[in-house]
Ligand binder design. Structure first.
Ligand code: FAD
Length: 414
């Protein structure tokens, strides 16, 4: 099943005309970088966003657009157009523990514009944002341009060095933003190291075809010491099998037939023959980490470059967007006035450090208290009492919905 968009659907063109100097250069055209670029350009700041790939294609990435992100779209006046991009809407989260089914989260009572999670391929999301950015005169996106190093004057970062098909370029800027993901090259160039919080698991992503009688829901299934997730993607299921950290090679050695049989059992179907080889299975090496310092003179990190999140809750893309909104709210004025200080950059960290820490705390608690013991024992866990209570008093299902859908300290576009 190949769902890669045709090249013609990639609406963004490379624009490299004009002087290579700007108020803000952003390394990384993921959710954090494109949204920060869009918001700063909208506020009148000259921005250049660099993306090392020639398109936004990325399979099995953050495809879960939460109500907090759709609120941002509404505040920008983009929600109606955004919702025209093909997506699936999921209003409830459900879990099966052994043979018992539980409703875990009910998003239908959230006080937001959209009371659901929208599943949208990340390339469609990024194409949408980039094409909105393309309408702004101060937004420039350079595809196939990889930031390789920082330009410095003393202790201050004054731009980036980047590699393009036609050679090396230098871009001077008052502010450089590292939004180049969890293996950030910019972070390495700055000599910064993340604090590794650790995760006991990795995730195998794969697709299964939809079959007649399949239900529509986000389903987490706990069975035989495994956690298996099925996300409704319309004509197929996006599935995730959680395995013990570093054991993908073991899974492969046991053979494709054994893997298919296990997937079929977890997905409750006769077979999983649509998995033709292990090439159809994408390994997500789960990392949970964060930077102690997000800012240096002339340099700021946001999104995964500042904090890699566990996949629990599908919050990564949404936190990246929240960082971008906070950064634009705090930095637009100083950037326009060309007086951005280290203290203002640190304000972004002060604003976003608590939501990051609190979200990671919830994720690591679930990792350590539910997932790790289950993966180690190979046994199906007992349903926690609170889950049973939430079936009797459904209003309790609104609490996880709030935490997942809006998160801690939601940001609003100024
Ligand atoms: C397999 C997988 C599944 C995931 N599933 C989910 C999910 O279901 N829900 C969810 O919310 N999150 C999920 N995530 C996490 C989510 O994708 C990230 O949290 C989110 O995309 C972070 O956004 P970002 O912009 O900070 O970084 P990224 O999305 O990593 O974007 C960084 C961008 O920078 C570019 N880049 C890298 N280096 C350079 C460079 N030197 N110069 C120029 N460009 C560069 C990259 O090509 C990329 O486009 C998943 C991640 C993976 C890997």
């Amino acid at each position: 099943m190949n769902v890669r968009p045709a090249a013609a659907e990639v609406t963004v063109t490379v624009s490299d005309t004009g002087p290579l100097a700007c108020r803000c250069v952003i390394a990384g055209g993921g959710p954090a970088g494109i949204m920060a670029g869009f918001l700063l350009a909208r506020a009148g700041v000259d921005v250049i966003v660099l993306e090392k790939h020639a398109d936004f294609f990325r399979d099995f990435r953050g495809d879960t657009i939460h109500p907090s992100t759709m609120d941002v779209m509404a505040e920008l006046g983009l929600l109606d157009d955004f919702l025209k991009v093909p997506h699936q809407e999921v209003h409830y989260g459900e879990a099966e523990i052994g043979e018992e089914k539980f409703r875990v989260a009910d998003l239908t009572h959230l006080r937001t514009h959209c009371r659901f999670i929208a599943f949208m391929p990340q390339w469609d999301f990024l194409n949408f944002l980039a094409s909105q950015g393309g309408k702004l005169p101060r937004f420039r996106l350079m595809m196939a341009t990889e930031a390789t190093d920082l330009m410095r004057e003393g202790a201050r970062t004054v731009g980036v060095v980047a590699k393009t098909a036609s050679g090396e370029i230098r871009i001077r800027a008052d502010l450089t933003i590292g939004a180049d993901g969890r293996h950030s090259r910019i972070r390495e160039a700055a000599g910064l190291e993340v604090e590794d919080i650790g995760a006991p698991m990795d995730v195998l992503w794969l697709r299964l075809a939809r079959r007649p009688g399949d239900e529509h829901a986000v389903l987490g299934r706990f069975v035989d010491g495994r956690f298996f997730i099925m996300l409704d993607r319309g004509d197929y299921w996006q599935c995730a099998m959680v395995i013990r950290k570093g054991t993908f090679e073991e899974v492969k050695r046991a053979g494709l037939a054994a893997f298919r049989a296990r997937v079929a059992r977890f997905a409750k179907r006769d077979n999983a023959d649509e998995i033709e080889s292990f090439d159809d299975v994408k390994l997500l090496t789960v990392a949970v980490d964060r930077l102690p310092e997000w800012a240096l003179p002339g340099l700021l990190f946001i999104g995964d470059a500042a904090h890699a999140m566990s996949p629990i809750g599908g919050v990564g893309i949404n936190l990246a967007i929240q960082d971008a909104v906070a950064a634009a709210n705090i930095l637009s004025d100083p950037l326009r006035d060309r007086r951005v200080t280290l203290d203002e950059l640190r304000q972004v960290q002060r604003r976003r450090a608590f939501p990051t820490w609190a979200t990671q705390k919830v994720q690591t608690t679930i990792q350590n208290q539910v997932i790790d013991p289950m993966l180690t024992s190979g046994k199906t866990p007992k349903a926690p009492a609170i889950l049973r209570l939430a079936q009797r008093w459904p209003f309790l299902q609104r609490i996880p919905a709030r935490l997942i859908g809006l998160g801690f300290r939601p940001e609003h576009v100024r």
